[in-house]
Design a binder for this molecule. Structure first.
Ligand code: ZN
Length: 281
């Protein structure tokens, strides 16, 4: 998909079953057919997609979130499955071609692919030439949560690997509410899901797109303003979401979802009850 000078590609690690204790397991797409009725899938657990975003203008390559890094570790049983690296190769890119990795927040389903364990058992940056960009308050909050052991399952931080990136000066902490990454790409502090959660606005030549992270994880969450189990600060999430959806609707922006099973992007319309719906492209 083209937004002005930017080419945007949705990468995919596939479908996962998210258990109540926070464990994630790969699931076969076949099982999704009746997942709401299937036990435990749809009852005891949830099915989610994991879809990082690649933005490129031919000169700068930007990755939004890294996925789980499924299959990247030296001992992984999933070496031949799709992950962020195999996905990049489809577009002719190597991990070393990525200049910026933007992390919406540090929950492991968004950030674990930032590193992998190499053949010498060393934690290694997956994107060796990239600056990893995240909010300073996300980092401090994640540290606090990890040290106090109060994180909720399914919204966990696994910071051991991140410390390595920090020690190597690969993490770039930002504080400005609106951070201008490159012309046409802005990182907007949303808070809500976590205090340092950010979304990304891509705009060029009168076209706009938003990458929503966990502020609005799927199309299904468009009209769900109260996500009390998911958001650290549901009121802040609701505030930011209301404004963002209004702007996206008025500007005809394209929305990209990280956790969708079916519709992964689209423009907004409103139905007769004024609810947001995603337009067929
Ligand atoms: Zn997530």
């Amino acid at each position: 998909m083209q937004i002005g000078r930017f080419k945007i590609e949705q990468l995919s690690e596939g479908f996962f079953e998210l258990h109540k204790n926070g464990d994630l397991q790969k699931i076969h797409p076949e099982r999704l057919k009746n997942f709401r009725e299937e036990d435990p899938l749809g009852k005891q657990s949830t099915a989610i997609g994991i879809d990082p975003l690649l933005i490129t203008d031919g000169q700068v390559n930007i990755l939004l979130d890294t996925g789980l890094g499924w299959g990247l570790d030296r001992n992984s049983h999933y070496k031949d499955t799709s992950n962020v690296v195999t996905n990049l190769s489809i577009f002719g890119l190597k991990p070393s071609d990525i200049h910026f990795v933007v992390l919406t927040h540090l929950h492991y389903d968004h950030a674990a692919g930032a590193t992998y364990v190499d053949s010498g058992f060393q934690t290694t940056a997956t994107f060796p030439n990239a600056q990893y960009i995240l909010r300073k308050n996300e980092w401090t909050y994640a540290l606090e949560k990890s040290q106090s052991g109060t994180q909720s399952p399914g919204a966990g931080y696994r910071l051991d690997e991140m410390y390595k990136l920090a020690a190597e000066n690969r993490l770039h902490f930002i504080e400005k509410e609106r951070y201008h990454l490159v012309p046409g790409i802005d990182l907007l502090l949303s808070g809500g899901h976590t205090p340092g959660h950010q979304v990304v606005r891509i705009s060029n030549k009168n076209k706009t797109a938003f990458y929503l992270g966990d502020l609005i994880p799927t199309e299904y969450h468009l009209n769900h303003y109260a996500m009390k189990q998911m958001d650290e600060d549901p009121l802040q999430a609701k505030k930011f979401k209301t404004l963002l959806l209004k702007e996206a609707f008025n500007s005809g922006a394209i929305l990209f979802f990280y956790h969708s099973l079916y519709r992964k992007s689209g423009k907004l319309a409103r139905d007769e009850r004024k609810k947001y719906v995603l337009l067929e492209e």
